[in-house]
Design a protein around this ligand. Structure first.
Ligand code: FAD
Length: 359
């Protein structure tokens, strides 16, 4: 029987490649106009936390069994990608907290891609099915319902992940995971930008900023900003308009974030987002020399379908929905409460779904 995979992002391409390797006939359907999903737009660092305890501490509300699966299988899964010829750009992540590799996203797509049907309707067909549709970040309706931001979030990912996998599975009796109000994203300049700028324009200097909302409330202490800055992005989503002002003094501007100074990052932000101090809607603190207006932007959802370690979609009573698996961001509850690699989740769960289905 032919197996269907919905979505040709990392999870879908991995699941399909593994199924072919295991001798199964696969049809992959992709709703977008190209393969690769959000992975193609990403920095493509596939990583895990250095120790499982660190993963657990950082994402304390996640499903521990799924976290253990992703953490324990990741190194072998990365080796599987490398053995297939996936092009490695960095042998290490460059972050002392994490272990993994950076791949070239285009090369990764080319390495994994077999036949894929581009199907704008996103139809999924009958028979065994692995959902890899990338969650619901591109549906403002579902984001409003589940994430409940105080204003519209900007989309910082592919435009086709509108919750089709979620809807199909719910129709078949699936249960939802914890953490449906959480998301991974970045604070981006409140100005026009396009998908080629998702990495370069990420305003990743919250830890050096005084962070105020439009009412002049300093709502997040810079000392509380996590290394990934995901917590300040989620907090920004709860402020009026889902926006914030990053205020910088001379010391903050001189600070370095990886290879750039904060001053260089501010300078690179579109002029519409760089606010003259006289135009701020409140009096800035003494010493402020620059201000940038940011908007919370969603890359992918953290909550989704409840699955088990075989990536089978579960009902509320814990039994699997017949013939249905979910991998990647369609599966919820891995990074709940914090931040972990979405690509690691896609890779490991894509393999787990394919192997269970083939068995
Ligand atoms: C700028 C940026 C930087 C990032 N950097 C990193 C990083 O360094 N490390 C990391 O781990 N993660 C990173 N991520 C996140 C990472 O890209 C995602 O976690 C990952 O791509 C999720 O994989 P996925 O297969 O679940 O979803 P996607 O890669 O989003 O793929 C989902 C696919 O499903 C398709 N689809 C949707 N609906 C249907 C349907 N009905 N039928 C058929 N197809 C459908 C979509 O078109 C899409 O192609 C980044 C993301 C962005 C945008």
């Amino acid at each position: 029987m032919t197996v269907a995979v919905a979505g040709a992002g990392l999870a879908g391409l991995v699941a399909a490649a593994r199924l072919r390797e295991l001798g199964r006939d696969v049809v992959v359907r992709e709703k977008g106009t190209r393969l690769g999903g959000s992975m193609l737009l990403s920095s493509c660092v596939v990583f895990r936390h250095r120790s499982f305890d660190e993963f657990r501490a950082e994402c304390p509300l996640g499903d521990e069994r799924l976290q253990r699966l992703v953490w324990e299988r990741l190194d072998d899964a990365v080796a599987w990608l490398v053995a297939r010829g996936a092009p490695v750009v960095w042998e290490e992540t460059g972050n002392p907290r994490t272990v993994g590799k950076r791949f070239d996203p285009r090369g990764l797509v080319e390495t994994l891609a077999g036949d894929v049907e581009l199907d704008a309707d996103g139809t999924v067909g009958e028979g065994p099915l692995i959902l890899c549709t990338g969650g619901f970040s591109a549906s403002s309706e579902l984001v409003t319902r589940y994430v409940r931001p105080a204003g519209p979030l900007r989309l910082r990912g592919n435009e086709w992940s509108t919750g089709d996998g979620l809807a199909l599975a719910l129709d078949r009796g699936a249960d939802l995971s914890e953490g449906l109000d959480e998301f991974y994203g970045r604070n981006m300049p409140d100005a026009p930008w396009d998908e080629t700028q998702l990495v370069s324009l990420s305003q990743l200097y919250g830890r050096h900023s005084r962070i105020f909302d439009a009412d002049g409330v300093e709502f997040f202490a810079r000392g509380d900003v996590s290394w990934s800055e995901t917590n300040v992005v989620q907090a920004t989503a709860r402020r009026p308009g889902a926006k914030a002002f990053y205020l910088l003094d001379e010391e903050a501007l001189a600070a370095r974030v990886r290879e750039r100074t904060v001053a260089e990052m501010v300078e690179a932000a579109p002029p519409e987002a760089r606010v003259a101090l006289a135009d701020l809607p409140f009096d800035p603190p003494h010493g402020t020399v620059a201000a940038v207006r940011v908007v919370a932007s969603i890359t992918h959802t953290i909550g989704g379908l409840r699955i088990d370690e075989q990536a089978r979609v579960l009902r509320e009573d814990g039994t699997p929905v017949d013939g249905l698996w979910a991998a990647g961001v369609d599966a919820g509850g891995v990074a709940t409460g914090g931040y972990a690699s979405g690509l690691a989740q896609a890779l490991v769960l894509g393999l787990a779904a394919a192997e269970d289905l083939a068995a």
